[in-house]
Design a protein around this ligand. Structure first.
Ligand SMILES: [Zn+2]
Length: 382
């Protein structure tokens, strides 16, 4: 028994829910046919002709066992495998496991500020969610930097190159601008570099895109699945237990802009962006901008590589996902900048565009493009 299991009330509370409730709240398929996938080995069936979920539950709902990999335990072990890939992770990881369970109201958060005052043990899972603006959970910055440093260029890897080319992206361009890198198959990974219990090297999440905070620090990594047999719900991954909100993708000029730094020739990045009139062919004609905001990894990489090195007037390119844009990031954009916001032509894309508009107008001029699905996107959706 792990010593963290002794007399800890949150652990008692999680266990009291039973394995089936914990698995269900964590997003697993739970039925009389078993639980799927296995939180340890990621198998989705028992194998052969047996289509049942790989994980069987004890009749009293206090224990489980995987018929594929033989992993077993109680409700807390199930959560530990799900969040960290291990039954007995090191002590730091338990905090992350607890926070993940607290998010779905299976126990109380360790952080008093995150506790839901309306929630009691009996009502917790049905209590309203209160949204607060706490500091987001991030992986250790030293570990993020160390992993990024151990990665190799995208042109060194066939699967990553093929993924980029399938989106009409040029691997050497991506590599030259250092917009993404690849994890080698034998690279040592930090404990949070896992997807559904498997290390990113095992789950094919090997293409990494760096995520920056509002001051241009590399604070997280978005991992993209490359290679054969990537299922539609497994395209992207983030560090276990970490949040992506308040982080953005950024091309080299945007990184300098966020950092408040200068270009190689000494001009400030902010001054350059303010005066930049990079020309773009838009659906409604030719427009010029100093900052281009794209939504999602493929669109970001497409725009960030869409300018030649010789182009004196290439704008800064920022890529956003849900929760990325903040007033702090907006504050890095100089007054008078011409901004193009090219989010998707759907409800989420409209919402992101409104959030960005609210932080930049009227001090910047903003044009919205509603990006409709390209052939490349349709391919990806299949
Ligand atoms: Zn298993």
């Amino acid at each position: 028994m792990n010593r963290h299991w002794n007399e800890s009330s949150w652990i008692t509370e999680v266990r009291a829910n039973g394995v089936s409730v914990v698995a269900k709240e964590l997003g697993f398929d739970v039925s009389r046919q078993g639980v799927s996938p296995c939180p340890a080995c990621d198998a989705t069936q028992r194998g052969g002709a047996d289509r049942r979920g790989p994980v069987g539950l004890r009749p009293d709902d206090n224990g489980w066992c995987c018929f594929v990999c033989d992993a077993r335990g109680d409700a807390v072990t199930f959560a530990a495998y799900h969040v960290t890939g291990e039954a007995r992770p090191h002590s730091e990881a338990w905090r992350t496991i607890r926070e993940r369970l607290a998010e779905v109201d299976l126990c109380e958060s360790e952080d008093p500020a995150k506790r839901n005052p309306w929630s009691t043990l009996a009502t917790r899972r049905h209590a309203p969610q209160i949204k607060r603006e706490e500091a987001p959970q991030r992986p250790s910055q030293a570990e993020v930097n160390a992993l990024w440093d151990r990665c190799v260029g995208v042109t060194c890897d066939d699967d990553a190159s093929a993924w980029l080319r399938s989106r009409r992206l040029d691997p050497p361009d991506v590599e030259d601008l250092d917009l993404a890198r690849v994890i080698g198959m034998t690279t040592d990974l930090p404990w949070w570099a896992r997807f559904r219990g498997r290390p990113w090297t095992g789950s094919s999440h090997r293409l990494l895109v760096p995520m920056f905070d509002s001051t241009g620090n590399l604070v997280s990594l978005h991992a993209r699945a490359v290679g054969q047999n990537v299922s539609a719900d497994a395209k992207g991954a983030h560090p276990v237990g970490a949040e992506v909100r308040r982080t953005v993708m950024a091309d080299p000029l945007a990184r300098l802009l966020l950092a408040g730094a200068a270009l190689a020739d000494g001009r400030s990045a902010a001054e350059f962006v303010r005066n930049c009139r990079g020309g773009l062919r838009s659906p409604s004609g030719f427009v010029q901008c100093g900052l281009f905001v794209a939504e999602g990894v493929p669109d970001f990489l497409t725009q960030a590589t869409g300018w030649s090195d010789a182009d004196e007037d290439a704008p800064a390119v920022i890529g956003i996902v849900a929760g990325s844009w903040t007033p702090e990031i907006a504050a890095r954009v100089p007054d008078g900048t011409e901004v193009v916001v090219a989010t998707h032509a759907d409800d989420a894309g409209d919402k992101y565009a409104e959030i960005i508009r609210g932080t930049l107008v009227p001090r910047c001029r903003l044009q919205r493009w509603r990006v409709t699905q390209t052939n490349v996107d349709r391919e990806e959706a299949q």
